[in-house]
Ligand binder design. Structure first.
Ligand code: SAM
Length: 213
């Protein structure tokens, strides 16, 4: 994501009512942040948040946390929340490397990774969110049998991700190299900002669903 620093973003995030401050203090009791006790789904690297806001609106019976590491990007999502006021969605500003400091084992029911940064250099492979290193961290917060859903138009990143599944402690349930042509996997699909942009120029979208072993 093109990142332009927005003056005052840190201060605005630090006092925003939709952002959970000190998220490590919520570890093990995230349900206290929401009016209803419901399954918890999280998106990691949510960008400006369109996907998770549309998901929260479509599924009021699920609680959502959107995770983003840059305050300038998160600020855009909080501005959109002012217009929508979704009580089943909150945001946190963290690097997902530290996800296990924030969620207890088994606290998260489902994880979404959408159009994760590709980090094309081999020496940066560990920074890719679908890498075995990150999958190991995600496994540490998911319930037994919990799922990760990953979408990207980057075929190189997707091929890498497919090879990381087993080493990361997951098993492959479903996949496609052309989501928008796959009627079964498209059912209920909610587009992300990047998905809209890249599918509109003809890029096929790859998707997998994997399950914690
Ligand atoms: N998911 C959105 C979409 O599909 O439109 C945005 C995709 S954008 C390419 C990737 C986002 O992931 C960026 O906003 C970036 O800051 C965020 N990100 C990358 N690595 C992250 C990490 N380790 N922890 C949290 N967010 C991360």
């Amino acid at each position: 994501m093109r990142l332009r620093h927005i003056k005052g973003a840190e201060e605005a995030i630090a006092s925003n009512r939709f952002v959970i401050q000190n998220p490590q203090e919520m570890k093990g009791h995230w349900s206290d942040c929401f009016p209803d006790n419901a399954p918890l789904h999280i998106e990691i690297g949510m960008g400006k948040g369109r996907f998770i806001m549309d998901m929260a609106e479509a599924h009021p019976d699920i609680n959502y946390i959107g995770i983003e590491m840059y305050s300038s990007v998160l600020l855009r999502a909080t501005q959109k929340m002012e217009e929508r006021e979704l009580s089943n969605l909150r945001f946190i500003l963290i690097d997902a490397t530290y996800i296990q400091d924030v969620f207890a084992e088994g606290e998260v029911d489902q994880i979404y990774l959408n159009f994760s940064d590709p980090w094309p250099k081999d020496r940066h492979a560990k920074r890719r969110l679908p890498s075995r290193q990150f999958l190991g961290r995600f496994k540490g917060v998911l319930v037994d049998g919990g799922h990760i859903e990953f979408k990207t138009d980057n075929r190189g990143l997707f091929d890498f991700a497919m090879e990381e599944i087993e080493a990361g402690g997951f098993r492959l349930l479903e996949y496609t190299y052309d989501l928008h042509a796959n009627e079964a996997m498209m059912a209920g699909n909610i587009m992300t900002e990047y998905e809209e942009k890249f599918s509109s120029i003809g890029n096929p979208i790859c998707k997998y669903i994997i399950e914690k072993q």
